[in-house]
Design a protein around this ligand. Structure first.
Ligand code: COA
Length: 139
């Protein structure tokens, strides 16, 4: 198993995974740093770090479907987050428990790069009674 660092636009397969999983395409437009976990040269899990200056955001946290629930993402996240100090993320509430295992805590702080994306969604979520996106912070 190996972990490699790259930029999203250098990795067409990563671009495809992000689009096909309906994940945050801002990471593609920002050409964010991506970390990839491979097993025998198969790309299994990815995550990226969006750099907004003082605010750094963990995003595009994806394990390819048939390899989920085998600890691959845990391996990747443990390796990646130790390279960074404070990290933020936004996610749906059912993932709060998962990210807590890596030291993230739900926070009331709303850095603007996250707020401009989660805010409009949460506005409609409130009206229609959907689950609202939560903000989490590590360190
Ligand atoms: C969320 C996601 C990234 C997790 O990836 P993963 O590689 O399955 O993650 P892990 O294997 O580390 O952990 C997943 C669960 O499997 C459990 N697990 C880990 N290893 C296991 C094993 N060997 N056997 C059984 N279960 C195991 C973990 O405890 C965890 O359970 P929990 O959710 O109750 O905490 C993956 O489900 C995914 O890609 N989802 C779609 C995209 C998405 O929603 N991403 C989040 C965006 S914010």
């Amino acid at each position: 198993m190996k972990i490699e660092e790259s930029r999203i636009l250098c990795q067409p397969k990563v671009v495809w995974i992000i689009i096909s999983e309906w994940m945050d395409t801002l990471a593609i437009f920002m050409n964010a740093k991506v970390y990839m976990l491979f097993n025998k040269n198969n790309l299994i899990s990815i995550c990226c770090i969006k750099n907004f200056g003082k605010v750094k955001e963990l995003g595009v946290v994806i394990t390819t479907e048939k390899f989920r629930k085998r600890g691959y993402m845990a391996k990747l996240l443990k390796n990646v987050i130790k390279k960074y100090g404070r990290l933020y993320l936004i996610c749906m509430p059912h993932l709060e428990h998962y990210y807590e295992k890596f030291g993230f805590k739900k926070t009331k702080s709303r850095p603007w790069p996250l707020q401009i994306r989660a805010g409009p969604y949460n506005f409609f979520a409130k009206i229609f009674g959907w689950d609202q996106i939560i903000y989490m912070k590590r360190k």
